[in-house]
Ligand binder design. Structure first.
Ligand code: PMP
Length: 346
């Protein structure tokens, strides 16, 4: 991305160089071969470590790309306020990137997400407005952002419907995964990712499919809240960042293979194991993604190249169940698995 030779009358040379500098801190993340033993059988999956981005999550990629495209397409002015409804990581990404580009930022989010998310957003000087369940929760946050934008002087990234969200992952995350696997002579057979906006699964999926038309691209959802399977909000779950109450517009189910489900307790224990057995201190959705990948390995066999992501680090979850002992339930993947090591691939 840093070498893109394109110009726009709305992108000053000063801003253009700020974008280039930010791209040095976003993307180009490491990828690991994770080695494990599941039910006594050795296996390996490939994980992209998105906790290495500027603010510690995968969302930096789409926030930076959406901002860049907004300037390139003259959809934003330097003094516009960025307003976004988010379940947290996006708010942190737009706060950091918005501030680095000289914007005011206002984040609107449901009031039940972790306290760390709110504090991190505030620490970067962004305004934050919390919306209760009674006031509409997630959908209420989006409605409020649209209402505030009517007053003018506002840029709405609209991450749930903005095609540049998926395109960011097609051009960066997906491309990097393809190249990192190729460096080992590998091609992905399957990719799985939990769906928040769906930008990751759609974008990475499109790139991997361009490299292997037979690759399976699986969206993942919480077993306790199967919004994608049902099409509407159902239940509640503890995997912050995915399954936000509706199927986002950028998710095209006809481009995706079967939905994989992961229970939140199993995801928490898997994330705890990643930290305790390998020192990979990541968030709950990363645990869910690893469960999805192990399930696919069980279906596809020992030789299958199955890829997923570690979406963020664990620092935003230190006040949540991630750091509490979890009751074990029948059918959990995490209880029959132990990690044996990892190897970086480049
Ligand atoms: N995990 C976490 C922790 C997230 O914050 C998000 C984004 N909300 C996701 C997974 C899902 O990513 P995407 O929005 O690209 O579907």
């Amino acid at each position: 991305m840093n070498n893109e030779l394109m110009f726009s009358k709305c992108l000053s040379p000063e801003l253009d160089s700020r974008f280039k500098h930010l791209w040095c801190l976003v993307g180009n993340t490491p990828m690991l071969e994770l080695q494990y033993s599941y039910k006594g059988k050795a296996g390996r999956i490939y994980v992209k470590c998105e906790n290495y981005n500027l603010t510690g999550s995968i969302k930096d990629r789409m926030a930076l790309y959406i901002m860049y495209k907004a300037y390139m397409n003259c959809q934003i002015q330097p003094d516009d306020v960025i307003i976004e409804a988010t379940s947290g990581n996006t708010g942190i990404s737009f706060s950091a990137i918005g501030k680095a580009l000289g914007h005011q930022v206002k984040i609107i989010m449901p009031n039940w997400l972790s306290k760390e998310r709110i504090d991190i957003i505030k620490s970067m000087g962004a305004d934050i407005q919390l919306v209760s369940k009674e006031d509409g929760g997630f959908l209420g946050s989006i409605e409020l952002s649209e209402k505030l934008a009517q007053q003018g002087g506002v840029f709405l990234p609209r991450q749930f419907e903005n095609q540049f969200n998926a395109e960011a992952h097609e051009l960066t995350t997906g491309r990097e995964i393809g190249l990192q696997l190729a460096s080992q002579g590998l091609v992905a057979d399957a990719f799985v990712a939990g769906v928040g906006t769906g930008g990751t699964v759609m974008g990475v999926g499109r790139h991997l499919r361009s490299l292997n038309p037979h690759v399976k691209i699986h969206p993942l959802e919480p077993a306790e809240s199967p919004t994608m399977s049902t099409g509407y909000k159902v239940g509640s779950h503890r995997i912050q960042g995915i399954s936000d109450e509706f199927i986002p517009a950028i998710v095209k189910m006809d481009e995706l293979d079967e939905i994989v489900s992961a229970s939140d307790g199993d995801s928490i224990i898997m994330a705890q194991k990643l930290a305790k057995e390998l020192g990979l201190a990541v968030g709950i959705s990363s645990g869910a993604n690893v469960i999805g990948a192990i399930k696919l390995k069980e279906q596809l066999g020992e030789e299958a190249v199955v890829v997923t992501l570690l979406c963020d680090d664990n620092k935003k979850y230190l006040s949540t169940d991630l750091v509490r002992e979890q009751p074990v339930a029948a059918g959990y993947i995490s209880t029959d698995l132990s990690f044996t090591g990892f190897k970086p691939i480049s």
